[in-house]
Design a protein around this ligand. Sequence first.
Ligand code: AMP
Length: 559
Amino acid sequence: MTPDATEDVPTFADLGLRPELLKALTVLGYEEPTPIQREAIPPLLEGRDLLGQAATGTGKTAAFALPVLQGMPEGGGSGRPLALVLVPTRELAVQVSEAVHRYGRDLGTRVLPIYGGQPIGRQLRELQRGVDVVVATPGRALDHIGRKTLQLDALRMVVLDEADEMLDMGFADDIEAILQETPEQRQTVLFSATMPPRIDSIARAHLREPVRIQIERESAPPGEAPRVRQSAYVVARAHKPAALGRVLDVEAPEAAIVFCRTREEVDQLTETMNGRGYRAEALHGGMGQEQRDRVMARLRAGTADLLVATDVAARGLDIEQLTHVVNYNVPSAPESYVHRIGRVGRAGREGVAITLAEPREHRMLKTIERVTKTSITVEKVPTVADLRARRLELTRSALEESILEDDLEHFRVVVDTLADEFDLVEIAMAAVKLAHEASGAAADEEEIPEVHLRAERAGREGRPRREPAPRGERHGRGPSGGMTRIFVGAGRSAGVRPQDLVGAIANESRLSGRDIGAIEIADRFSLVEVPDHSADDVIASLRHTTIKGRKVTVRRERF
Ligand code: AMP
């Protein structure tokens, strides 16, 4: 496979973005647009409607946020919102707001996330003070529209983000009602990870001759597939550096390249890994040629084991001794994955590709598997016990090598004198202990929590993904591992459906629909599984809300 050195990738400036935005992107360390940004930004800047199929991890937020910001008046507008972004969860509302804020910093754009669970008073004050971009969950947006505290008459742009997820959560009517309130002449953007018929009908009803883009359309570049063992680990963001360390310890690569998204991430990770005792070198587009040459020389000479790089910086590099490619995040497009892993497994040698994925990026991993027609095995992050076993194994082979190759006569006198007093095995064990400790990579003994992934949902066909459970079969089964079962004092006779519970939980807490486990609905009550760590949070927020218009009892299930 040819390296991607010859490819002509447009820059953000080529896409026609205004200077304030270009500056923000440089500060953030984004080196080039991702495929979805390349395709979506130009038509959006022309004012076209757009229907995009893209999952989290592709860079879709910037793909709509930058065009939203392009038309913003400097220093903020009249105070009535010019853009509305609808998202399924509170978590995403905060994330998208932060992204808009970061990109729009130099423009003075005011952005406000509004979602259920947050005191409405603060939102009212902010809305009154004047906001340019609102990022909202549908329920709370509708609430504000009803109160006339959210005015949509000045809107120029509406974005529906993760539209399939919003429909799954039962927000279809709310979205419909909100769109009715927006000006006819608005620009409308819809992003969805899947395109079930229900999304198509929303698009037909509300988008005008939309440009359609699909990020998995591009097929893998032709060429002989390299012999690469591919695996992935699903870990929460906070545990990524520790997980990377663990995986590297167990894999023991000769030389590895770790791909990051931005310059900032490269610098941070290099520092973290050096702090953890690895010899890591940073390589990114902000570095001069001389600096780059020095880094490469250190890698080739074996005085560094780890190269932490952006795609741009690594373009055209050919590193003979590379055994491992690590994607610190799921790549933004399948072809980028293929280019990256093409750097190992050359000339008949086996290579290893490792991807660290956050739980939300799991879908992108599936897309990559499908498009590249390869299989990526999701493995468990090595545990502390695995790590200890691996380290002992390394000590064992070091000792074996020493027995076979070294001249040990010099040490006989120590063993002989100790043998007068102690058993030979005991002496050997003490020596192993000292050798083991002396070899010591910094022991990092904290267990990394395992992330449970839900099965792929049925959303692809547009079917609701949770079926009501059969009646009264709650006895004798505990919750699944890592999950807590919550009792909600309303059930079928109150008209409760699974999507009501998912909607209430996702709207009120930090969980997304995917984090919620099995749901059982009995006549008078329901049981919902949520991750252990969020149980208290979910209970507290459900107690503050209503389900089917009623306040209900919410507590942990008692066995
Ligand atoms: P998203 O798919 O929108 O959730 O974005 C995934 C991640 O990629 C976010 O952390 C973004 O900050 C990052 N990102 C988006 N666009 C780029 C880019 N062109 N270069 C580097 N990182 C990016």
